[in-house]
Design a protein around this ligand. Structure first.
Ligand code: GLY
Ligand code: GLY
Length: 297
């Protein structure tokens, strides 16, 4: 059976997209190799999102943007389309790979969503890697925060024309057995209020996966995705209107723009393995692999 992987590194007015191309290609190739070797969709999306988190170019894990207090807090989520099992974390600090912590919530607790210190303790109990503040709070992110504060703005990381580091991240996959999975991870918005949480860790807003329809990961100004339950809305276009992923992605973004003038985009794969990518922003950083054939910027 055919397999499909799509990854994204955020949406926005992306300057110099060629800066991100080598990372996107390397990471989608790593995921494609796993799929070729027979790995399941869940393992592939968590692996790809962890690699995106490790790459300081993207706004997740290392290289997360800073909130108004100059701190980096991370949010992440993962969902398994076989059973609708899901795990998410918000406001976690020091965890090298927040997506792995989201997966621990899904697989080792009776819960779906954990925040802050309790979630971090779960990660320590399972010996996840932790890093010092200096790993997350990079000089480029400090400069970006200072510039954003000077403008009195709260922005997408990629809204910053001179930003060196861009993008919330995510991955969606359909494996050879026909299973779907999705994962999303972010540092949030530059200069966001301490305690603010966006859509990325909210099941049905920033992430969704159901073997009966599709798998979705979103990026953009989270408040708009929360108010439109955008990931679940996109899945409903597949489920109830029978749209294929390319059309459902466009329909979801049209709804996002029409109802709340939302800024962002999404990637999706449907149960037939078709891929959909749509955005209301000028650009979206993404790459895909279909049965080993790579499409990357
Ligand atoms: N940093 C917000 C986003 O790209 O989704
Ligand atoms: N989409 C990421 C956020 O708003 O935090």
């Amino acid at each position: 059976m055919s397999h499909m992987l799509v990854i994204h590194g955020g949406a926005g007015a992306i300057r110099a997209p060629e800066r991100y191309a080598p990372s996107l290609r390397r990471i989608v190739e790593a995921g494609a190799r796993l799929l070729e070797e027979g790995a399941g969709a869940l393992d592939v999306v968590s692996h790809c999102v962890a690699l995106l988190e490790d790459d300081p170019l993207f706004n997740a894990g290392c290289g997360s943007v800073l909130n108004a207090e100059g701190e980096a807090f991370c949010d992440a989520s993962i969902m398994d389309g076989r059973s609708l099992a899901a795990g998410a974390v918000a406001g976690v600090k020091g965890v090298r790979n927040p997506v792995r912590l989201a997966r621990l919530v899904m697989e080792t607790t009776p819960h779906v969503f954990m925040i802050g210190a309790g979630a971090e303790r779960l990660g320590r109990a399972h010996r996840l890697a932790f890093e010092a503040d200096s790993y997350f709070v990079t000089p480029a992110r400090l400069e970006e925060l200072a510039r954003t504060k000077a403008r009195g703005a709260v922005t997408l990381d990629h809204a910053e024309p001179v930003s060196g580091k861009l993008g919330t991240v995510g991955a969606v996959a359909r494996d050879g057995a026909g299973n779907l999975a999705a994962a999303t991870s972010t540092g949030g918005l530059v200069n966001q209020m301490s305690g603010r949480v966006g859509d990325s860790p909210v099941i049905g807003a920033g992430v969704y996966a159901d073997n009966e329809s599709c798998a979705i990961s979103c990026t953009g100004v989270g408040e708009k995705f929360l108010r439109t339950c955008l990931a679940r809305t996109a899945a409903l276009f597949v489920e109830t209107q029978g749209l294929a992923a390319p059309e459902a992605a466009k329909a979801a973004v049209a709804y996002l723009m029409r109802r709340v003038r939302g800024s962002g985009g999404l990637i999706m794969v449907d149960r037939a393995g078709r891929c959909g990518v749509a955005h209301s922003t000028p650009g979206l950083l993404w790459a895909s692999a279909e049965n080993g054939t790579i499409h990357a910027p």
